[in-house]
Design a protein around this ligand. Sequence first.
Ligand code: SIN
Length: 474
Amino acid sequence: MEGKHYINGEWSTAGDGVINVMNPATGEQVGTVPNGGEDEATQAIEAAAAAFPEWSKTTAYHRSELLMKWHDLLMENKQEVAEIMTKEMGKPLAESIGEIEYSAAFISWFAEEGKRVYGRTVPASKEGKRIQVIKQPVGVVVSITPWNFPAAMMARKMAPALAAGCSFVAKPAKLTPLTAVRIYELAEEAGFPKGVINMVTGSASKIGKVFTSHPSVRKLTFTGSTEIGKELMKQSSETMLNLSLELGGHAPIIVLDDANIEEAVKGVVASKFRNAGQTCVCGNRIYVQESIVEEFSRKLQEAASDLKVGNGLDEGVQIGPLVDKDGYEKVAEHVKDAVDKGAKVLVGGDGKAENDSYFYNPTVLLNANSDMLVMNEETFGPVAPIMTFKTDEEAVKLANDTRFGLAAYFFTDSMTRGTYIAENLDYGIVGWNDGLPSAAQAPFGGMKESGIGREGGQEGLEAFLETKYISIQL
Ligand code: SIN
């Protein structure tokens, strides 16, 4: 597949050569995209700026119709788009199909929610005065999205931006741009006017510099690592960009002694092994109450042993490859460090790296402790380290002892204990007996160094709106 930029309603191959897109399951080439840079980013922003005045004045109902056409096309083509995703990213086909449905859910939800952008009238304290508050689209939005969810992260930004009346420029990840290209082709077919949606592929640093410095850009929305998020925030200070940053996580999972253990194991498997552990909200460290650790770890070991590893296009595969060599080496380093510091491998603990493909087996580690890398950093791989705790207070303290605050999970059937834990976790997303809390209608985002702002839900639309206060003296 030969991907192209989409700028001002035209497909283009401009740039400094091409980027080869590789299949992480086979090491084979899937296609190419142009290696764009400053010029292409500038042209895309200028096209979006030219399109903004007219687009922002269209009705929310008109924008909703276009979004729904795009949604329908995506759903009609979900198998084909999902196959592209599995080929360039590695996730099992069933998960890719799930991601296309998740992406489509953002589009349809925001198509509706865009009709509910309300202002308000505030009683004035003086006679003859009227105070109105109105909401308006922020303007040109630029977005940078990651390789682990090539469709959903773009849809979660693009759908609310378009519903709000903003024009948009996307920069998909270098490793997984082809899914984005296909989704843009469908958006073009849906009929978005020239310049309203644009996309550039290529060098993150060159495109990122233009995104953060061009005077026409009003908002940057980014999903990726905390380190890059901080860099973008520094760069954006010059133009005082409105920012949404969805950054790294290091999610704790707490299992209390009154939890339904079978359900807790299912929830942990869903959270931990989704996308081979390569999501920002994946459980990274598991705290289990002492009295149930034996039963819980045995059941988790059994469940992890049943997971089928392989090429995501093959029938029944549940764990695909890690995206690249760096990802594989990080996982292997975390496991080695844990074993050196006393962890016991219950299952896994090894992988296969050959012919530019990197598979790591689902791994469960017992006797983890707070000195281990895996208990302090995001692993981004299929590794489940188990550490014990005695009291609920201790579990919360361990869970909060990190600079990250994206997602946290816990399992208990007690309303009282659960309410205490939910209210005391310093995290933007909390799953209570739920390993998969993400949903289009809910606000997704983190506290602390996991980011700024929320995506999805009403908050996700608000992120693309400015508030204007109009004071009228009659
Ligand atoms: C992420 O990895 O940040 C996205 C996961 C999700 O939306 O559930």
